[in-house]
Write a new protein. Structure first.
Lengths: 240, 269, 264
């Protein structure tokens, strides 16, 4: 954040429009497809703008290693990984500290709504492969993950979708894309439940006043419904 | 039968309207064609609000919060006798006593056989669960050996996933040759059909012997195995649609015209 | 899940006269190839053979050459069997079959001189191009090597080399100086042997019944540039020679499909 800006990104907002033509509170176009991986118990492919993610669920199944199993409920294992060709500079394959942290917060974001007690001692494995990264990868991954879980028949209280609010050129903006995330001042990914709009993922880095933060939360609350609609439509279309 | 309207979450008006929504699982009773466009089965998703009322019971696949009942699953809404439930369209098999399953003998201990049936833990077939009288110390492989396929009944399921099988049922038996295909367990009732109509139709038309395990393992033997497999996979894919029996029947007739009718093998008992 | 003994017997007993999905012994499932699917990669392709699906991304960067080969650029082929693709693929260190796949695909490209590392030199001893071919299996239904090999070459053929900026860095703003110098089209063809019956393009189930598998990569001229035998069974000279012919024939057919898809 705050790296030297190339000329074309000197201003991220011109005449109240962002460089990709969106208004400040507009989501990028969303496309979701269910059941794209035949070998998985549940799967989904999602595109939010230029960020593309593949999500697949295997389970509930036997837990390995056995000593990590929980007697009272299932364990949700989440692996978020950026594929080497997903970014401008190649990412070395394998886990990194960043991918580790994102796997953890993503796991919490989805665990909150799963009825894990219905599958004691078992594992539910969710794999999230980032095929193309243009910011918002964890939010996109969570949104896809929830659809894959629903497709797999995992019982959940609600769907979960995620997006991010940030600050660019001093103004609050929804769903930052790559350059906006790179050259903006703040980024805050948030995941919410479809039933009560309760928050299951919250991370932030940058600079927000108390008012900006409150306003940002409001922006997400008011703008997240289209994501839930896209999730529902994808699932309904799959069963047509 | 009470009819209810599904109220989407964004609808601020909370009223229960009466509308003709077919909530029955008696899919075989429907004579509607797949193409009539009338969606007979409503698909609901996790978090969908199903009803706002304290007079209904939150059945399988649903949960109650306050005076509202929500869906936990992607599935088909069912409303019967004031119980709202959701029939899952996906999910793993949950073993129940008296279910018949197909499994493969994986190993043999001193006093029982362990059977793999696609569940995280293996089932146990005890010596006493076998119709023949077996003396202690007798080589158990004489009865069932590793790799054998059996069609067995679940005699008990305890907490902690201990599943016991029995072969002491006139329907239980060892399965020789043929092949096993795998379908999603929630689709099994559809493959069997109401009072067995779907599976009998497939058996009759293809001339195959078919045993359906509740765990989603299906054993097929006959000359038209490939066709029977296709038909069963089609039922699995279109399980939520109405008029399915006719669709499968037409498909089989069409395919059989190409190859000629099969030799009837009769039921193996 | 390991194949059931009864199913293994069923496939093995019937393989001489028919395959489970009705295909002929030398018939490949439907192949579909799409290139240019990844915006941040310099080259990319997605290949589907039946339900098997592989995505390959080619990344091009500038680096310094290895001290013992100052005039050679770098070509690296890497493969991941994503945990998405099959229930037995776990997250963790690469499986031996993933490593084998990447090395077999690498051999096909390198030994056929498809990408000559000398062609990747910018300034001897100082600057060279580095080409990374990253293979990601997204769904496993058998014949991963063939699918990965096709995706790799399709991605390379459609890859573009970025311009070099004035300050010597790689231009990442979408300015390219041309295509990668790709001089051949190596195509791996794997043949499985079950009880002396040879089958092309085995499904995941069939692969679990195979005694041995021989992969032969052919070039445009029909020559063999890479070979790999897998499986703990012996093969005869006759079988191997026959498989060479099968590889030439199928390689030719698949090459046409690759060329067609890259032209689009």
């Amino acid at each position: 954040m705050g790296s030297d800006r190339p000329k074309k990104y000197e201003k991220l907002i011109i005449n109240n429009k962002r460089l990709d033509g969106r208004t400040l509170d507009e989501l990028r176009p969303v496309k979701i497809e269910v059941g794209v991986i035949p070998s998985a118990d549940g799967s989904a492919y999602i595109e939010i703008g230029n960020t593309k993610v593949l999500a697949a669920v295997h389970g509930p199944k036997e837990m390995f290693p056995k000593h990590q199993m929980n007697e009272n409920r299932a364990v949700l294992n989440v692996r978020y990984a950026m594929l080497p060709f997903s970014t401008t500079e190649r990412v070395r394959p394998g886990p990194s500290r960043r991918s580790n942290e994102i796997s953890k917060v993503t796991r919490h974001a989805l665990e909150s709504v799963i009825f894990l007690e219905e599958f004691p001692r078992l594992a539910i494995n969710l794999t999230l492969d980032i095929i193309q990264a243009d910011a918002g990868t964890r939010a996109t991954a969570i949104t896809a993950g929830a659809v894959a879980l629903a497709h797999a028949g995992i019982p959940m209280k609600s769907l979960v979708a995620a997006t991010a609010v940030g600050k660019i050129d001093g103004k609050l903006a929804l769903d930052l894309n790559g350059p906006e995330d790179n050259f903006g001042e703040t980024d805050m990914p948030i995941a919410m439940t479809s039933t009560d709009k309760n928050i299951t993922l919250l991370q932030m880095d940058g600079d927000f006043t108390k008012e900006e933060f409150k306003k940002a939360l409001g922006i997400v609350k008011n703008s997240i419904e289209p994501l839930f609609e896209a999730q529902r439509k994808a699932l309904q279309d799959y069963y047509k | 039968m009470t009819n209810i309207k599904i109220i989407p979450k964004k609808d601020k008006k909370e009223e229960i309207k009466k509308e003709t929504v077919d909530n029955s699982t008696d899919k075989e009773n429907k004579t509607k064609d797949i193409d009539t466009g009338k969606k007979a089965n409503k698909i609901v998703l996790p978090g969908d609000e199903l009803i706002k009322s304290i007079d209904y019971i939150a059945g399988h696949g649903t949960y109650r919060e306050g005076n509202k009942i929500y869906s936990k699953l992607s599935g088909i809404l069912k409303n019967r006798d004031h119980v709202i439930s959701v029939i899952p369209l996906a999910g793993k098999y949950v073993p129940k006593a008296r279910d018949f399953i197909i499994g493969e003998v994986s190993y043999i201990t001193f006093s029982n056989w362990k059977v793999d049936f696609g569940y995280p833990s293996e089932a146990t077939l005890p010596m006493l669960g076998v119709p023949e009288y077996i003396e202690n110390g007798v080589d158990l492989t004489k009865y069932y050996k590793r790799g054998d396929l059996i069609f067995a009944a679940i005699s008990s399921v305890t907490k902690g996933m201990i599943i016991q099988l029995t072969m002491k049922d006139k329907k239980a038996r060892k399965l020789y040759s043929g092949k096993v295909i795998f379908i999603s367990s929630p689709k099994v009732p559809r493959v069997i059909g109401k009072e067995g109509t779907m599976i009998s139709m497939i058996k009759n038309k293809t001339g195959c012997i078919i045993n359906v395990g509740q765990n989603g393992w299906i054993w097929i033997k006959g000359d038209n195995e490939a066709l029977a497999t296709k038909a069963i996979k089609m039922v699995e894919q279109y399980s939520h649609k109405s008029g399915l029996t006719n669709m499968i029947s037409d498909f089989l007739d069409k395919e059989l015209k190409k190859v000629g009718p099969p030799e009837k093998k009769g039921e193996q008992r | 899940m390991t194949i059931l003994q009864q199913n293994k017997q069923y496939i093995t007993e019937n393989i001489a006269k028919s395959r489970d999905d009705g295909r002929k012994h030398d018939q490949t499932r439907e192949i579909s190839i799409e290139t240019g699917i990844l915006g941040k990669a310099e080259g990319s392709a997605r290949v589907q053979i039946g339900k098997t699906e592989v995505i390959v991304g080619v990344k091009v960067d500038i680096g310094t050459p290895f001290p013992d080969t100052p005039k050679s650029g770098v070509l690296m082929v890497n493969s991941e069997f994503s945990a998405l693709a099959s229930p037995e693929f776990e997250n963790g260190p690469p499986r031996e079959d993933s490593i084998e796949l990447s090395r077999v695909v690498d051999r096909g490209i390198r030994e056929s001189n498809t990408i000559a590392v000398e062609d990747l030199c910018i300034e001897p001893g100082e600057k060279v191009w580095m080409v990374f071919v990253d293979i990601n299996i997204t769904n496993h239904d058998g014949n991963l090597i063939d699918a990965a090999g096709m995706a790799a070459i399709a991605a390379l053929m459609s890859a573009k080399v970025p311009k070099i900026n004035e300050d010597g860095t790689v231009n990442r703003d979408g300015e390219y100086k041309g295509s990668l110098p790709v001089k051949d089209i190596p195509v791996p063809v794997s043949v499985g042997i079950i009880n002396s019956t040879m089958i092309v393009d085995a499904t995941k189930l069939e692969e679990q019944c195979i005694d041995s598998r021989i992969t032969i990569t052919t070039t445009k001229a029909g020559n063999y540039c890479a070979m790999q035998q897998a499986g703990s069974h012996e093969t005869t000279e006759e079988q191997i020679l026959k498989i060479g012919e099968i590889a030439q024939k199928n390689g030719k057919e698949r090459r046409l499909i690759i060329e067609k898809s890259v032209k689009k």
